[in-house]
Every structure is written in structure tokens, then in C-alpha cells.
Design a protein around this ligand. Structure first.
Ligand SMILES: [Zn+2]
Length: 354
């Protein structure tokens, strides 16, 4: 499927004259975030719940968030016309199934059929990084050429990548494309949460950089914003940050050599580090590519909202048009207005929702 040819899901009742709203859900290892967007991107309802609030059942939390949003949409006089879900893990978008998501405890969860049964609405699912890429591209419709060949790398508690080549999202044979965080960057390195050694994610996620900082004896910073703020005067912070940059640059240099992207967009909570992340990363990728063209490396404009906005675009029932740029931009400003700025998640991996 190209991003330009997303199959529209039709509203189930075209005779209904109530305003239409799209339900979007971004499932994370810590929280399930949901919003209801009108067709111009305004948020008319929003809801965030701890992922394991419902008796340690992530699917129960997704159902609860959707139910609340559908109810709140109805209370505004609008009607929900579709549901889009962004999920981590191995996502089979065509079958509507999450094949495996370690952080959610999911194996072969038929999420789309379950939500269709519950709510009677069209439901679409996509890997959260790929949903984010859809949102990034929608937000940059006036730069279509750059977003025909690009890599979106959300960095939060994990590290993933969505690859768009010739305008199409790469899903892979099993839906497993984009496990960028688990590319090994060398032998004999640190243990990753996946059981493999030397994964990029063991060095470059918001969780792992803080875990490594503590392991070195670092005590001054308890959040990644604090760690970034202390780079100039805290040798432990500077050391783990340099390792993070190097791990990302090795991986992104390799991807660039293979795919020749026009642009690399760094997103997720850690992208809020801004120039402290983007500038050294750009230089490190450039150094690794030698004579080859270095892609433009930019910070996401959508930050940690990209997955949720992308989920909203998944459930869109209109053909993709240039209005999507307006929709993505207004969705962002609307989310910023209703949702507090979220702190980057800082817990080490080994205490992650245990
Ligand atoms: Zn790994």
C-alpha cells in the first residue's frame, strides 16, 4: 500500500447527518492514549489510561479507552465513524492482528476483530512507528518528494523505525519490518531487553540511556531532560549520551547506505532533546557515510503525538488529499491544547510495568 492510496473505510451509515469523528488509540507499554478527532483534526474527546490498569490486561485498557471515547463523542452530538489503532510489536496490519508485543504481553491478539465485535465500527491497525510515519508525511504534504523516501525513527522507551521507499510503507513479509532497535551494533556488548546483546535499543532508548547513566554511578539526573541539560558538566551523562549517538549513527548509517533516504525524521519523546540530539547525530551519520550523500536529519514536528495522529489518519474515511496536511497540523495543535506535555519516560527497562 502506498501512503497515497490508503483504502478509505466508509462510514457505516451515510444517511446520518451528525458530525463524524475518528477514534484514534496509541497503545504503549506504559499508557494507552486515545483521542477523537473531527475531520478537520480538532480533538473533541481524549483519554489516557495506564496500559495495565485493567487487571494487568492491555486489551482491556484499549477497550476501555475506545468505549469512553465513543461515549464522549456521542455526548457531543457527533458519531464515531472508525477506529485506528497504533500498536507496538509485530503487527500484521492486513489481518488486523498483533502477532507479538512483548511489552504488552500480547501473542496473536486479533485486535481488529475484537474491536469490530465490540463497537461495530471499521477498525484499522498499524505498527506505531508506521502510523507515526503516516502522520509525519501527512504533516509535510508540501514536501512530498522528501517524504517519498524517508525513515521515521521514534525513540521513547524503545527504538523503532518506519521505512518509506518509493512512497510505500515497508511492512516486510511478516509485518516485522522496522525492528531497528534490535539491530546489533557489535559483538560482546550490553544485554538488551530482547535477550540479544548489542542492540541499538540497549544504548539509545530513553530508558536505556538512563539505566546506563545510573550504572556508571550518575546521580545528578533522574529524567532524560535533566540528563540532556547536564551534558556540559556531567561526565557520566556525556558518556552515555555519546554512546547513544554512536549507536543510532551506526544503525542509521547502515540503513542510509542500503536505502538512500532523502530524510531521516527523529521522533518520540527523546526527540525533545532537540539540537543536543539532532546535531551530533547528523554529524556522526555524515562521518560514517563518507563519500555517499547524507540524508537530511530532522526532529519530528509532531513529537510524541505522531502515533496518535497517525492512528487517527488510519481511521479516516476520506481519500487522502492535501487537506491531510491541515488535519495533521490541527490535530497537533489540538492535542497540545488538551494534553499536558508528557515527560519522557525514564524508568529502566527492568522495572518496566513489572
Ligand atoms: Zn534487542
Amino acid at each position: 500500500m502506498t501512503l497515497d492510496a490508503a483504502t478509505p473505510a466508509r462510514p457505516h451509515d451515510t444517511a446520518d447527518s451528525r458530525p463524524m469523528a475518528r477514534i484514534a488509540v496509541d497503545v504503549g507499554g506504559t499508557t494507552v492514549k486515545g483521542a477523537a478527532f473531527t475531520h478537520d483534526g480538532s480533538v473533541i474527546a481524549h483519554c489516557t489510561m495506564a496500559t495495565f490498569a485493567a487487571h494487568r490486561d492491555a486489551l482491556g485498557s484499549v477497550r476501555a479507552v475506545v468505549a469512553r471515547l465513543v461515549s464522549e463523542v456521542g455526548a457531543t452530538g457527533a458519531r464515531a465513524t472508525g477506529i485506528g489503532v497504533a500498536s507496538p510489536g509485530l503487527v500484521d496490519a492486513a489481518r488486523g492482528r498483533v502477532v507479538y508485543a512483548a511489552n504488552l504481553g500480547w501473542a496473536d491478539v486479533d485486535l481488529v476483530p475484537a474491536l469490530v465485535d465490540d463497537f461495530g465500527l471499521p477498525v484499522r491497525i498499524e505498527h506505531d512507528a508506521r502510523a507515526g510515519a503516516i502522520a509525519e508525511r501527512a504533516a509535510h504534504r508540501n514536501e512530498a518528494a522528501a517524504y517519498r523516501e524517508f525513515i521515521f525513527v521514534p525513540i521513547g522507551t524503545g527504538v523503532a523505525a518506519a521505512v518509506v521507499t518509493s512512497g510505500a510503507l515497508v511492512h516486510g513479509a511478516t509485518g516485522g519490518a522496522g525492528e531497528f532497535g534490535h539491530m546489533p551494533i557489535g559483538p560482546g556488548r550490553e544485554l538488551c531487553g530482547c535477550g540479544q546483546r548489542g542492540c541499538i535499543e540497549a544504548y539509545a532508548s530513553a530508558s536505556s540511556v538512563l539505566r546506563r547513566y545510573r550504572a556508571r554511578g550518575g546521580v545528578g539526573a533522574t529524567t532524560t531532560p535533566e540528563l540532556v541539560a547536564s551534558l556540559a558538566h556531567d561526565a557520566d551523562a556525556a558518556s552515555v549520551w555519546a554512546d547513544l549517538i554512536e549507536a543510532l549513527a551506526i544503525g542509521l548509517g547502515s540503513l542510509s547506505a542500503v536505502l538512500d533516504p532523502a530524510r531521516i525524521v527523529i521522533g518520540g519523546g527523546l526527540s525533545q532533546a532537540g539540537a543536543s540530539l539532532i546535531d551530533p547525530l547528523r554529524a556522526a551519520i555524515d562521518a560514517k557515510l563518507g563519500w555517499r550523500a547524507t540524508p537530511t536529519v530532522v526532529q519530528s514536528a509532531l513529537g510524541s503525538h505522531s502515533g496518535l495522529i497517525g492512528a487517527g489518519l488510519l481511521s479516516d474515511d476520506r481519500p487522502v488529499t492535501s487537506r491531510f496536511a491541515v488535519t495533521a497540523a490541527s490535530a497537533l495543535s489540538s492535542l497540545r491544547a488538551v494534553a499536558p506535555v508528557e515527560p519522557v519516560v525514564l524508568r529502566p527497562i527492568d522495572s518496566h510495568h513489572q
